[in-house]
Design a protein around this ligand. Structure first.
Ligand code: MN
Length: 499
């Protein structure tokens, strides 16, 4: 039986007022949905309860958790908008309304779906908590997708795989994105899913006992250097992420060394490097496989040291070393930043961390329930705002999603200016995209480009970690040919307006 206390227990910091507020939403939702059942036959309220629990686990505030409980009340059981406003305030109403689909009278079928999607993006560009609710809602829906009609299953799963999982990833919420990916994988590519599952099972059987032996020797080696209390475990790579890796690298499973990865968790950044030194002192690392994501975090804020080593008994294994704090970051993204805000003194100054920091004001500034809530777009990441900007004006159904997919959710790369500023671009971007990402004036006058000190053609595809220098020339202007060389819609838009 559902119990509101389960939600409370998952929340870290709560006041008496918060608990009363959530309790009110809990009772309201339970009552509003009392004759309402899910496809599985269970009470509909279970879905709202589970959604709220996921939000509580992410350490969202009382307003968001309450909106999670109420998120289907307008759409599914006809609760009046005014009632939500009157009882729970404008802020809760904004969040609930943001995830509510448009009415069936105004739009039909696919058109309704596309317009609802656009509405959701606009709402989340004003308040990122709308997206958090949508992600929690979708995760629970994916966990119960087996009860939904066959023809609907695939559509929902495709959308999850193409839109929501990448969004969760981009927000750094690995705990959500991994599940969203693997849950949709089995519906979207059922054959491939079974294939990979069997493959991994076989492979793991072979490596698991070797792995345990290796962990023992690793512990011994660390103890020798007085590193005694570190937590060591291993993680199994998500099936969808493995599937993508195999497809991308065109390699066999025996050449993927991070299906099982050892993880060492420690306290300080210094300890991370010290442990890396100890590991390399004993086991030979594979050339070119050492990745310092502490100094150079991934675009979504992920930090860790990765290395791949020969264990000496014929196997090769990836070792990941990180602080406990980095680990919470990697699992909870935005949410962990709120939780650990006070201690977070020294996060490296780079684009991705700033991006996270930009989210704070909005998420932290929630306590005032009495004032009118006017959707302020403080703290919404630029890429979400951009996404909505480039969409306004596009009405063709397919184009809307295609642009979103190609621009924002394909794998991203990091490139650097000569001064070390990070520019975040989709894979396949060229120096011209880079130039436009810095400033439209630089883009418009791009004359030549250097990558890592060498002159390159403007159509060169940038790689992760490239240092890009743009040489501008006043007399230079965009040409039609540039359109074939760019990937981002920002560059395309600018070029089109000049030719
Ligand atoms: Mn729902």
């Amino acid at each position: 039986m559902a119990n509101v206390k389960e939600i409370f227990n998952l929340m870290k910091k709560t006041s008496k007022k918060d608990l009363e507020f959530i309790d009110k939403a809990y009772n309201f939702a339970e009552n509003a949905h009392k004759n309402h059942k899910r496809a599985s036959g269970e009470p509909y309220f279970n879905h709202l309860f589970e959604t709220a629990k996921l939000l509580a686990e992410l350490n969202m505030d009382a307003v968001t958790v309450s909106a999670g409980l109420l998120h289907d009340s307008i759409e599914d059981v006809g609760v009046k908008e005014e009632d939500i406003k009157k009882i729970f305030g404008d802020e809760v109403f904004f969040l609930v309304n943001g995830v509510t689909k448009l009415g069936t009278i105004k739009y039909r079928d696919n058109k309704r779906h596309m317009e609802s999607m656009r509405k959701l993006f606009v709402a989340m560009s004003q308040d990122i908590r709308v997206l958090m609710i949508k992600l929690a809602d979708r995760l629970h829906n994916m966990r119960t997708l087996q009860y939904v009609k066959k023809e609907k299953q695939r559509r929902i799963a495709v959308e999850t795989l193409e839109i929501y999982a990448p969004l969760a990833y981009r927000l750094g919420i690995r705990k959500f994105s991994r599940d969203l990916e693997d849950l949709s994988f089995q519906y979207v590519y059922p054959l491939e899913y079974e294939e990979i599952k069997t493959l991994v099972k076989k492979q793991n059987k072979k490596t698991l006992h070797r792995l345990e032996k290796f962990i023992k020797s690793l512990r011994k080696a660390l103890a020798k250097e007085n590193i005694l209390n570190e937590r060591v475990d291993y993680r199994i790579k998500g099936l969808y992420s493995l599937y993508n890796k195999l497809k991308r690298k065109k390699r066999g499973i025996e050449d993927v060394h991070d299906i099982l990865a050892i993880r060492i968790y420690t306290e300080t950044v210094g300890d991370c490097y010290k442990i890396l030194g100890i590991v390399h002192g004993i086991w030979r690392p594979l050339h070119g496989r050492i990745k310092d994501y502490i100094a150079f975090p991934k675009t979504n804020g992920y930090q860790s040291l990765h290395t791949t080593i020969f264990t000496g008994d014929g196997s090769i294994i990836e070792v990941q070393i990180r602080t406990e704090k980095m680990h919470k970051n990697a699992e909870y993204g935005i949410a962990s930043h709120i939780l650990y805000k006070e201690e977070d003194e020294k996060v490296p100054q780079n684009y991705s961390v700033n991006w996270f920091k930009n989210l704070f004001p909005n998420i932290l500034n929630l306590s005032g329930t009495s004032q009118t809530y006017s959707a302020i777009n403080n703290g919404v990441p630029d890429w979400i705002k951009q996404l909505v900007d480039t969409q306004s004006g596009i009405t063709e159904n397919g184009e809307f999603l295609n642009t979103i997919k190609s621009d924002f959710f394909e794998e991203r790369i990091f490139a650097f200016t000569p001064k070390g500023d990070v520019v975040d671009l989709p894979r396949g971007s060229s120096p011209i995209d880079f130039a436009y990402a810095i400033h439209s004036q630089i883009g418009n006058h791009t004359g030549a480009a250097k990558i890592n000190g060498k002159m390159v053609s403007l159509s060169t595809k940038l790689k992760n970690g490239d240092i890009v220098e743009i040489i501008t020339k006043e007399s230079n202007h965009p040409t039609r040919k540039w359109l074939d060389m760019v990937k981002t819609s920002m560059a395309k838009k600018n070029i089109k307006s000049k030719i």
